[in-house]
Design a protein around this ligand. Sequence first.
Ligand code: DLL
Length: 435
Amino acid sequence: MIYDEEFETLPHEALEALQLKRLRQVVQRVYHNVGFYKKAFDKAGVSPDNLNTIEDLKRFPMTTKQDLRDNYPFGLFAAPMSNIVRLHASSGTTGASTVVGYTRQDIETWAELMGRCFVAAGLTKNDIIHNAYGYGLFTGGLGAHYGAEKIGASVVPISGGNTKRQVMILQDFGPTAICCTPSYALNLAEQGTAMGVDMRKLALRVGIFGAEPWTEKMRDEIEKALSIKAFNIYGLSEIMGPGVAMECDEVRDGMHIFEDHFLVETIDPKTGETLPAGSEGELVFTTLTKEAFPLIRYRTRDICRIDPTPCRCGRTHRRMGRVLGRSDDMLIIRGVNVFPSQIEAVLIGIEGLEPHYQLIVDREGSLDTLEVQVELSEKQFAGADEIKTLQKLENRLRKDMKDYLGITAKIKLVEPKTIQRSEGKISRVVDKRNL
Ligand code: DLL
């Protein structure tokens, strides 16, 4: 089933013509409404008037997460605050996190695109959707919510957490579809089973999972544990939230990027050069229809490959493969995005600790775990015979990590000079999850 037959199956030439038309509009819009872009385009010697083909976009500068931080919170908005009806922010970040705004029309577009995703997974107004993506500043909850209402389904806005209650609601309300992160789906299955519930006998038949990397092996596990068909959905707050790309029911091999709304390029993350179709590289998006927060050539840091071959389902939009990794050091722990530098900032604020640390990410059962190993200062170590003092320090660090970054971590204080020192490029992260 296809939600928007006309736009999702546009022949290539028509799609490109539409993209060019929209591209010109958005580039004009940012040039005239956002000081940052005017400056950046002028500096690069490009003008919205020189945009005659889509190829011409390559001469325009790229936008990075740092640019977003530098313009925190609203500096890149292209619409006046009076036209903005919603704000979201990327998860797990302190201070200069990424704030995104939406006009009423942006919310409508987003709901439409999420509607496309649900229909691509075979859902209709007869479905009940258990939406366990977090509601709040994170885009997952409300994004999926509006899409579910858009197709007329009944949505259960359960949000994240409170797993026992979720299991009860899954039994009592009989939802036919579930939305959450893949790791939470496994966690739910485990906890439900531990409660004595046969999780394969629920009414669930479809799951829509994203917001963090996962594998085909996890797909198999989830499908078996819940007896459902599992779909991959991709998105990021900066570009819109969930619903930038979605697998189709017919093939489930790659996610169709909604190319009438997002122009995608693949670049070499080291040189910034555009790569030929089908190569593995970093995805770069330009939003074509957003009003409040358009982005031109935004570097996602997500590494993946785009499959340009036609899909059996009839959609003409190209498909992106699974996200293979990131070109920066951002970690996604239980759906929360966090940079090691943010953890460092928390450590530095605590007396008695040194900024020598190592992060060990692992998976216990289906849940991501983070252990922070951090060195005590010499002075602290010398006077550390009091276990109570050390425990206090550990608790303080655990609490600060939770308060500032939104993540729960295991803390291990280690002796001075025991953490390996850099001999060039330091790797502070040991990721044992094998994703
Ligand atoms: O995670 C939006 C979302 C919500 C997508 C619900 C899907 C479902 P952010 O918090 O801004 O937004 O995180 C965006 O998450 O750049 C990827 O690195 C990663 N990511 C998102 N979807 C997938 C996926 C939401 N299907 C960052 N596979 C992105 C792998 C994903 N990684």
